[in-house]
Design a protein around this ligand. Structure first.
Ligand code: C5P
Length: 238
């Protein structure tokens, strides 16, 4: 795969370990990695994660951690055992929690002599609108709050952010060093499902995304490998 193109991580959103493993094996060689989230982890836990590492694809463990610093510190250390490529932490947990996550990942990687996972901050979930922020006492607009939380993550040693495709341009401009991981991607003509504001893979690439997270357009296709390849192909076209 060409390195200047955004990577494609397939979101494996299933509680069924066998289905997850089958998809992982089918997609090996056709995507750059697999994203495993709360649905998967709550169903099959650490044993399930362990089995997924055996497929040999980079893993994005997307548990969106948000707790007191000590708990996040130990959870990040526990997750580092699976040598994930990327981990997510809620930036709203504040500087002490973000620093604890950063410390845990650095300590683990130094102890083991391995590269630390990319730490990705979750800013404002794309399911929220300005009204929701007001309801929890935040007067900033979503776009201002995303910038503010993104800068906080950067200052706490984070590598990147998970963001909506529509936030990529502004983040790229203001926080240019941040690695941007982008869900909400739909190839031309595919079902939008429950995503609200989508972009095609090519549009997200042109906006400046580093990694695209794509689930159902691949996992729900009759031939998931072919669907992933078609997406990769669309990225390579000028
Ligand atoms: O199937 P689909 O392509 O919509 O999957 C997108 C994945 O990205 C899901 O695992 C979803 O939880 C995740 N995600 C998202 N929007 C965010 C953060 C994560 O869709 N803002």
């Amino acid at each position: 795969m060409q390195t200047d193109l955004p990577k494609i991580f397939c979101a494996i959103d299933t509680p069924d370990l066998n289905r997850a493993k089958d998809l992982g094996k089918i997609l090996k060689g056709h995507v750059d990695g697999l994203k495993l989230g709360l649905e998967f982890f709550s169903s099959v836990g650490f044993d399930g994660l362990n089995e997924m590492t055996e497929i040999g694809l980079p893993l994005f463990i997307d548990l969106k951690l948000h707790d007191i610093p000590n708990t996040v510190y130990h959870t990040v250390k526990a997750l580092c055992r699976f040598n994930p490529h990327m981990l997510t932490i809620h930036t709203q947990g504040g500087p002490a929690m973000l620093n604890a996550a950063n410390d845990a990942s650095l300590e683990y990687s130094h102890e083991k002599g391995i590269q630390r996972p990319l730490l990705l901050g979750v800013t404002i979930l794309t399911s929220l609108v300005d009204q929701d922020l007001k309801a929890v006492g935040v007067e900033n607009s979503i776009s201002d709050q995303v910038q503010k939380l993104g800068r906080l993550a950067l200052n706490c040693g984070f590598d990147g952010l998970v963001c909506s495709p529509h936030e990529v341009k502004a983040l790229r401009k203001n926080l240019s060093s941040m690695y941007l991981v982008v869900p909400g991607i739909r190839p031309e003509g595919s079902a939008v499902d429950d995503q609200k504001r989508v972009m095609t893979p090519k549009e997200a690439k042109d906006a400046g995304a580093d990694t695209l997270v794509i689930g159902r357009p691949i996992t729900g296709a009759q031939d998931p490998a072919a669907a992933a390849q078609a997406i990769a192909q669309s990225l390579a076209e000028h």
